[in-house]
Structure formats: C-alpha cells, structure tokens
Design a protein around this ligand. Structure first.
Ligand code: SF4
Length: 435
C-alpha cells in the first residue's frame, strides 16, 4: 500500500510554491495525499518565520503529533521552510527531521535516513552558491494559475526580517529555465502566471547580468496565448522610468503592484534598513499612478517598530492617507530572533499601542479601499474566475488589476476569462453580474 503524506503550509506565496515542489517530490517517491481524518505516514510543516504566531502554531502541534502517533506509530514528522536557527534547535526535540527547503532534492535520501538506526534530526547544509531547488518540477495546486519562483533568498537585510537568515542570500534562477517553465505552463493552458521572489524585481540572469527583470517581463509578454502575468514582491528601488514605461504599455503583465512601504517616517525607514526615503517611495508611486492605465496597488506596513513615536506613526498614517492603497498588509512589529533589530534595538512600543495603531490604520484602509473600488462601479471588467461556490451559486475571480469580483453563476467558471459588469463596491471586493 502507498504511504500517505500531509503538508501543512504557513506563510506567503513563496511557501505555497515550496509546498508544490514538495508534493511533486513526494508523489514521485510513491506517496499519496492522506485522506481526511486519517493519520498520515508523513506529516510535513512548511514553516514561516515572519511572525512569531506562525512558529508558535507549529510548537502547538506537539500534542496533536503525539495523538497522531498513537493512531499511526509509523508516522514521521518533518519541519522545513523558513526556520530560524534558534527555532531549528527547539524543533529538533519535537520533530523527526528538519531540513533546509533549499535541499529539497535531498528529501528522498533524508526520508531513507528516517527509517534507519541513525534517525535524521537536523539536516541543514552550509550555504551553497547553487541550489537544485529550481530544477524540481512543481505539482501545481491549480489547473490555471501557477507560481514560478525566479529567485531564492534575499540580500537586503531589513533589520526586522528573518528571510536572509532562513532562506539565505539571493540566488537567481537562470532566465532560460524560467522562460522554459512559463512557455510550458502557457502551452498547458495556464491563464495566470505569478513570478515569485523575495525581491522579485532585483532578479537578473546569473548567466548574463545585463539581462534584467524588465527583459524577463518583456520576453514573457511577447509569448502568444491568452494569459496574465503577475509578480510579487517588487522592491521600490528597482523601479526606474524604463520599467514603469514598460508596465504602462504591457497587455499581459498585470497593472497591479504590491509596493511595500513599511513606514512613512524616514527615521524609522533608516532603522529598518529599508534604504529608501519616503520621498523616493512617493516618486516611484507617482510615476506609476500617472503612467500605468488603471493602476492598482497595495502596500505593506509595520506598526510599532522599535522606538516608533506617536509622531512617527502619524507620519505613516499621513503618507497612507496620501497614497490611498486598495489593500495593505498591516502587521504589528514582533522581534524575530537573530535579526539586527532583535539584537540591537529595543522592542519598546507597548502591545496596546501597537494594537491601537494597527486598528487606526485599518480603519483608514477600509476607507481608501472602498473609495478605490467605487471608481470602477458601472464598468465592464474582465475577470479570471478562480473559485466557484456551488451552495451560494456564486463565482469569485480577480481582474487584471487584482481586484476581487463576486458574481452569481450557476455554472463553475473557474479557470475562464469572462466579462463582468461591476454593480457594487465593498471594502475588499466588488460585486457584479455576468454579461
Ligand atoms: S527585502 Fe527586507 S523584508 Fe523583504 S525579504 Fe528581504 S530582508 Fe526581508
């Protein structure tokens, strides 16, 4: 009988992309997905270290694992993904194996080791210049929307961020590999391709550094077939007028950008090591707003970073009110072990204050989001349907500018481009009717 697996994924699109590669690896080894309510033979947690809460949720699995092991004594448990060195040591006491996601190619060997007398505990290789990770063909969770990693790791070292420590320095994937993967996906009928990288716009071809992110977008834009190309997350300093000019005339590349601001105060930005000032951020955003038709954007904000005063938070609030994003991922600062902020700064903003700042900004976001959505009421927008809710007889999908649209449909239209007349704007979605 085939062995079964279950993967629990936390975190961002990058972690979801890791899990797709893990599924492909396990299924090539003869594993099959575990049935619901059955204790699997292999339980893998794909961790995210961006927030302590995700790590705590994994620690909180200890009791569940004991219970699963009584139901299936052969169960092996694994942790991978974005794991900080401090957490690695603690996880080693709870799980059978811990491995670096960059070493996914080693998984078959590591699984064999789990069966032998020298049970694997921690397998983390020293940093490599080259990784096999990209060569693994993923098993996409969707039949029409694919995640394509173009780089791994990050060189920016924002002082609050764990990524350079969990995933290592940035390694870029060769252009030829990316283009070949995207070509195949489009030929297989994929309608939405999302290029992924921690700072995706910093990507350049390792075999030809003159071939930059803009060249890659332009090459994919030229491919025939009906599809939309998205990318996340770009870094504001990688944008110049050339890149914005390209986005302004592109037909397939989405005119939606996630442009993390993190703080609207220059002193805090410096403390975060974000390397740009508020005015540099605004300059790029204003280029984009002026030039890209129907431009839509979201941002990321951290409130309550070390030493953030009421005035500095107010600066963030004021910049937010000025830029008016459609969506924002607002987080309360929490120190990640081993980062510069955790080692050299004091997390001195009280939890109550962080909560109040988050709520204040969220109230503003609801206003700016609704206003942005109202602007498209009455228009007919093309939507790529991604979900069908049979009980409600409704479909959900995204426009090219990444706005969520809900409309009545008796049929499952997932994976199709259709036109929807927008009738109503809500805070975080639009309502329309199929035409
Ligand atoms: S750019 Fe900064 S926040 Fe983003 S992954 Fe890199 S270090 Fe982390």
């Amino acid at each position: 009988m085939k062995k079964s697996y279950r993967i629990v994924t936390y975190g961002c699109a990058m972690n979801r992309s890791d899990s797709e590669r893990m599924v492909a690896t396990l299924e090539s080894l003869g594993f099959q997905p575990a049935r619901r309510n059955r204790a699997p033979d292999l339980l893998i947690f794909n961790a995210c270290s961006v927030r302590q809460s995700a790590i705590d949720r994994i620690y909180g699995q200890a009791g569940n694992i004991r219970e699963l092991k009584t139901r299936n004594p052969k169960l092996k448990t694994i942790v991978t993904g974005c794991v900080l060195p401090k957490d690695r040591r603690k996880f080693a006491a709870i799980f059978d194996l811990l491995f670096n996601i960059r070493d996914l190619r080693d998984l078959p060997r590591l699984l064999q080791g789990l069966e032998g007398p020298e049970k694997g505990k921690v397998s983390v290789r020293p940093s490599q210049q080259d990784i096999d990770y990209f060569k693994i063909k993923p098993r996409s969770q969707s039949k029409f929307s694919a995640l394509v990693p173009v780089s791994f790791g990050c060189n920016r070292f924002c002082t609050y961020c764990a990524v350079p420590y969990t995933r290592g320095l940035e390694i870029d994937r060769p252009a030829a590999e990316i283009v070949a993967e995207v070509t195949k996906l489009i030929a297989r009928g994929f309608r939405e391709i999302t290029l992924l990288g921690q700072t995706v716009s910093s990507w350049r071809d390792p075999q030809d550094p003159k071939y930059k992110f803009l060249n890659l977008l332009a090459e994919i834009e030229k491919m025939s077939g009906k599809f939309w190309l998205r990318f996340t997350s770009p870094y504001i300093l990688d944008f110049d007028e050339k890149l914005i000019g390209f986005l302004a005339q592109a037909q397939k590349v989405s005119n939606y950008l996630n442009l993390p601001l993190q703080s609207g105060d220059d002193t805090i930005l410096k403390r975060m090591n974000r390397r740009y000032s508020v005015s540099e951020y605004l300059r790029v955003l204003n280029w984009a707003k002026k030039q890209i038709p129907d431009f839509n954007f979201s941002t990321d904000i951290i409130v309550g970073f070390c030493g953030e005063t009421e005035k500095q938070f107010q600066n963030t609030y004021d910049v937010f009110a000025k830029i008016r994003p459609t969506m924002a991922f607002i987080a309360r600062y929490s120190p990640r072990p081993g980062t510069m902020a955790q080692k050299t700064m004091i997390d001195d903003v009280p939890a109550k204050t962080k909560k109040a700042r988050l709520e204040k900004l969220t109230r503003l976001l609801k206003k700016t989001a609704r206003e942005n959505h109202r602007r498209v009421v009455g228009r007919i927008l093309e939507v790529l349907v991604d979900t069908w809710l049979p009980q409600k007889k409704e479909c959900l999908g995204k426009t090219r500018i990444f706005k969520t649209v809900r409309f009545a449909s008796k049929k499952n239209l997932a994976g199709r481009f259709i036109n929807v007349k927008i009738l109503k704007a809500r805070e975080f979605e639009l309502e329309g009717k199929l035409i």
